[in-house]
Design a protein around this ligand. Structure first.
Ligand code: MG
Length: 171
């Protein structure tokens, strides 16, 4: 792997782990609010992000690259409402999409076809991530200040199944 690609992919492992950390912080907020469904959804989301990190990890290993580790950080770990959490979630996923787009651009510039092919799964995944966050945000806006409405969304989100990380597996 070219150094530019390797460095960018290592940075993406960190970014995906930071996503996991952010969603775990959001899960903790919902647990404190006794919104168990929202919390379960965020825990599933956190585990999914670790799976994303593992895909990059395995891709680097498979190409004889060296995986690098740096301290993780998140900018924010406190929220005041489900509306605020999902506003941040959608914004965060849009940010991740822009990162993936930048990686695609980089692999094209360096004519790294293996890397470009590997990223295709993430291009598709980000469409889903943004759509899902957007849908929940719309539902939260729709119920407004209704506690009953929020509980209904909580029940629905609690149905999400946790997909365990499967590094490199096609899906
Ligand atoms: Mg991700």
């Amino acid at each position: 792997m070219k150094k530019e690609i390797l460095d960018a992919f290592n940075a993406q492992i960190k970014a995906e782990m930071e996503s996991a950390y952010l969603y775990l912080a959001m899960a903790a907020y919902f647990d404190a609010e006794s919104l168990d469904g929202f919390s379960a959804w965020m825990k599933a989301q956190a585990i999914e992000e670790m799976g994303h990190a593992m895909r990059f990890y395995q891709h680097i290993i498979d190409r004889d690259g060296t995986v690098e580790f740096e301290p993780l950080g998140i900018k924010k770990a406190r929220w005041d409402s489900a509306l605020e959490v999902f506003t941040d979630t959608l914004e965060h996923e849009r940010y991740v999409t822009s990162r993936i787009d930048d990686l695609v651009q980089l692999t094209q510039e360096h004519r790294d076809r293996a890397g470009r092919h590997f990223l295709e799964w993430f291009v598709e995944e980000q469409i889903e991530e943004e759509a899902t966050a957007s849908k929940v945000l719309t539902d939260i806006k729709r119920v407004g200040d209704s506690g009953h409405g929020l509980l209904m969304i909580d029940r629905e989100l609690g149905q999400r199944q946790i997909a365990l990380p499967t590094a490199g597996e096609e899906s």
